[in-house]
Design a protein around this ligand. Structure first.
Ligand code: ATP
Ligand code: MG
Length: 231
C-alpha cells in the first residue's frame, strides 16, 4: 500500500472528529471519500498531510510512519495537497503561485511542469502575470490545484476539488487528474457531490459521523451515495 491509515482518531479540543478510521490506498489507485458536511473528510486528508495531529492510530506512506514527519517534510516525500476552498497567495502572480508548489525542484522540472500545466489549464497562460487575488473564485481554485500538481507528486490529496465550480472547470480538472494518473500519480480525493469524482475514482469510502460506514467499488459507492442523496 502506498498510503495506509489505520484506526485514525482526530480530536479538536473536546470534539471527536474521527474515530477508528482505516483507509488504504494502493499505488496507482484513485480513491474517493464521500460524505455529508462534517463527516470527517477534511480531517482525514489534513491528518495525512500533517495539518492536524492524530490523537490515535497510525498513518504510513510508502512504508514510512508519518507520525514523526512534520508537514513540510511530507510534501518533500511526494505528497501533494490541495485544500478545501480556494487558497492562493493573493499578491503573487498566477505563475509564482503555481511555482510555490515546485519549490526545491530544479529549473528544468519547473519548466516542464509549467509547460504541461498551461496545456491543461489555459487560464494559467492567459493570466500568468496577474496577481492571483484578482481572479474569480473558480479561477483561484484552478491556481491552487495547479500548485498541488506542479511537483508531480506520488500521492495527490484533493479536498473537494470540484466544489462550486462551473462544468468547464470540472472538465479541465478531471482531464488534469487523468493525465497525472497516467504519469503515475496516486490520488485520494473527497467530495460531497460525488458525481464528477465518481468518473475518476477506482474505489471509494463513505464516511459519516467521523467513521467509515462503507467501502467498495465505484459502482457500490455510487449506489450508496444515491440512496443517501449525495448525488
Ligand atoms: N478546527 C476545528 N475545530 C473544531 N471542530 C472542527 C474543526 N474542524 C472540523 N471540526 C469538526 O470535526 C468534524 C469533521 O469535520 P470535517 O471538516 O473533517 O468534515 P468534512 O467531511 O470535511 O465536512 P465538509 O463536507 O463540510 O467539508 C465536524 O464535526 C466539524 O465540526
Ligand atoms: Mg471538508
Amino acid at each position: 500500500m502506498l498510503l495506509e491509515i489505520e484506526n485514525l482518531g482526530v480530536r479538536y479540543g473536546g470534539i471527536t472528529a474521527l474515530n477508528g478510521v482505516s483507509i488504504a490506498v494502493a499505488e496507482g489507485e484513485t480513491v474517493l471519500l464521500v460524505g455529508a458536511n462534517g463527516a470527517g473528510k477534511s480531517s482525514t486528508i489534513n491528518a495525512v498531510i500533517g495539518l492536524v495531529t492524530a490523537a490515535s492510530g497510525r498513518i504510513t506512506f510508502d512504508g514510512k510512519d508519518l507520525g514523526s514527519v512534520p508537514c513540510e517534510r511530507r510534501a518533500r516525500l511526494g505528497i501533494g495537497y490541495s485544500p478545501e476552498g480556494r487558497r492562493v497567495f493573493p499578491t503573487l502572480t498566477v505563475t509564482d503561485n503555481v511555482l510555490t508548489g515546485a519549490f526545491g525542484l530544479g529549473r528544468a522540472r519547473q519548466r516542464e511542469a509549467l509547460d504541461w500545466l498551461v496545456t491543461v489549464f489555459p487560464l494559467l497562460k492567459d493570466r500568468a502575470q496577474q496577481p492571483a487575488g484578482q481572479l474569480s473564485g473558480g479561477q483561484q481554485q484552478i491556481v491552487a490545484l495547479a500548485r498541488a500538481m506542479c511537483a508531480f507528486p506520488r500521492l495527490l490529496l484533493l479536498d473537494e476539488p470540484f466544489l462550486g465550480l462551473a462544468p468547464v472547470w470540472i472538465e479541465q480538472i478531471s482531464s488534469a487528474i487523468t493525465q497525472l494518473k497516467a504519469r503515475g500519480t496516486t490520488v485520494l480525493m473527497t467530495e460531497q457531490m460525488a458525481r464528477p469524482a465518481l468518473k475518476l475514482a477506482t474505489r471509494g469510502y463513505v464516511m459519516r459521523g467521523g467513521e467509515v460506514r462503507r467501502s467498495g467499488t465505484v459502482a457500490e459507492i455510487r449506489a450508496v451515495a444515491l440512496a443517501e442523496e449525495y448525488l
